[in-house]
Design a protein around this ligand. Structure first.
Ligand SMILES: Cc1ncc(COP(=O)(O)O)c(C=O)c1O
Length: 482
């Protein structure tokens, strides 16, 4: 790092304690604009979270959370022992000349302010969200792809693919009936590139600029980003032991246009929403005249015998937009997800899918239809369910031997669990130390938005073969004790 780059960290952060903007957000935004504006250059060392908190007279929690956001955005790197440093800016984030700034439309400026989690690109053990890609049914998939391409006629390669899309929607509707108890007409099913695009489409269809959208906090950053990019005011409602804290959310966010929740396995806390809470959520949605997005990411993987059905299956008001994905049951790289629209919104979504580029490739759609209709998907999900249970069991047994972990949560569903640490642990430093050992954990606070969570690690076990769980957990134990 060049010498001139390591200027001392300026302590001119100013806070408004009466502001509705939480302290962590204020700290984050000020440091972030100092980095993007060039005041804090690459290599500048940030004070420790403890020192900075003392210096500016706040508790450590908001500072830790702010550093977590900065790290998640790729703006700083936290190295245990060496503290945190400003990272070099990607070319696209470098300061824009004033002449160009004047021309930048409001929407572009809004997009640039949105917090998104930048993937490190590494796939180490325990990276949340990665399914068992080691078990991907490559042989069957390859056969189906080859068969479709051998039979492809010129007409199959043109634009007129409505029959192909209708066949996939029918296959998905039948699959949802069998696996999630959802009854819907194939015309309600829209196939797009991942749950992320489905959330973005729902935002485009339902949100006007300045509408309020209430989301879980901590929660999925990709959903917040989609709503913020549509111009919504995104409000965080808390999460407690029963899932989305509906009462707290309703008092923080009266009359939302849209509510977003992950009832099957709250992301990231891993809580399965209680039945009472589901009823409260549906009543609040109806009473406030809102729409509700149910993100059923990984919903096929429920391990409790009496897991409640999706909200879409119990809602009587046709106010739920159900979103699913093949990222967890097959592979994220396929980029296939879908949404099930209430009847009233079918036409709007039909146009929105057209505007966004017609959904997924027609050949991929045919292959996936064959895969579902040939019962390969149902078989693969059965295989994954038992693999995930085994991987989870191995991980829990290994974590029980790590002294710094005080509690484990999120066992009832999905492919990740949450390991709570001692109250004084610095989870961001632990995650950074783990990454140096090739173990890619996330933290609960990296997913927090306006709230602050106790120190905890989010550990994905989906992609880790059982035989390497123990050795990876030993590396994690080393990172915790460092
Ligand atoms: C809760 C949640 N919803 C949606 C997504 C996006 O999934 P997809 O790969 O289908 O776009 C993710 C990805 O991490 C997620 O965690």
């Amino acid at each position: 790092v060049p010498k001139r780059a390591t200027a001392p960290f300026p302590t001119t952060l100013a806070f408004d304690r009466k502001s509705a903007t939480p302290l962590q957000r204020q700290i984050f935004e000020q440091i972030r604009s100092a980095i993007l504006g060039g005041t804090l250059r690459a290599g500048t060392r940030l004070p420790s979270t403890r020192d900075l908190a003392r210096e500016i007279g706040v508790s450590r929690k908001p500072v830790v959370a702010a550093f977590g956001y900065l790290a998640a955005q790729g703006l700083i790197e936290c190295r245990p022992g060496a503290g945190s440093r400003v990272r070099p800016l990607a070319l696209t984030r470098q300061r824009v000349p004033a002449s160009t700034r004047a021309r930048r439309p409001k929407r572009a400026a809004r997009l640039q302010r949105i917090v998104v989690h930048i993937s490190s690109g590494r796939v180490g053990a325990f990276k949340p969200g990665v399914p068992a890609v080691d078990l991907f049914p490559t042989r069957v998939w390859r056969t189906l792809v080859a068969r479709r391409w051998s039979a492809a006629q010129p007409a199959d390669l043109a634009y007129d693919d409505s029959r192909i899309r209708a066949a996939l929607s029918s296959a998905i509707a039948a699959h949802l009936g069998a696996t999630r108890g959802i009854r819907c007409d194939p015309a309600q099913v829209f196939v797009v590139s991942g749950a992320q695009q489905a959330i973005d489409l729902a935002a485009r269809v339902l949100v006007e600029p300045d509408d309020r959208v209430c989301v879980e906090d901590p929660g999925y950053a990709g959903a917040r980003a989609a709503f913020a990019s549509a111009g919504a005011e995104v409000v965080g409602g808390g999460v407690d032991a029963e899932g989305f804290d509906v009462n707290a959310a309703a008092s923080r966010c009266p009359r939302p246009r849209l509510i977003y929740a992950t009832p099957a396995h709250q992301y990231p806390t891993g809580i399965v929403m209680s039945v009472a809470r589901r009823n409260e959520l549906l009543s609040w949605t109806a009473a406030s005249g809102a729409w509700l997005i149910e993100d059923d990411y990984g919903g096929e993987f429920q391990y409790r015998a009496n897991a409640p059905p999706p909200l879409f299956a119990t809602d009587r008001n046709e106010s739920v937009i159900y979103i699913g994905t093949f990222s967890q049951s097959l592979a994220p790289a396929l980029r296939v997800g879908f949404l099930v629209a209430p009847a009233d919104l079918i036409e709007a979504f039909r146009v929105a899918v057209y505007v966004c580029g017609h959904g997924i490739s027609a050949i991929d759609a045919q292959v996936l239809t064959d895969f579902i209709d040939g019962s390969h998907l149902a078989k693969h999900i059965r295989l994954l369910r038992s693999a995930y249970r085994e991987r989870q069991r191995e991980l829990v047994a290994a974590l029980a031997r790590i002294p710094g972990i005080v509690r484990i949560d999120g066992l009832d569903a999905g492919t990740h669990i949450v390991a709570y640490l001692r109250a004084d642990a610095d989870e961001f430093a632990i995650a950074a130390a783990a990454a140096r050992h090739g173990v890619e954990v996330s933290t609960l606070n990296a997913h927090a938005f306006e709230t602050s969570c106790p120190p905890a690690l989010v550990l994905g076990y989906g992609s880790v073969p059982p035989e390497s769980i123990r050795s990876s957990a030993a590396l994690l134990a080393r990172a915790i004790s460092e």
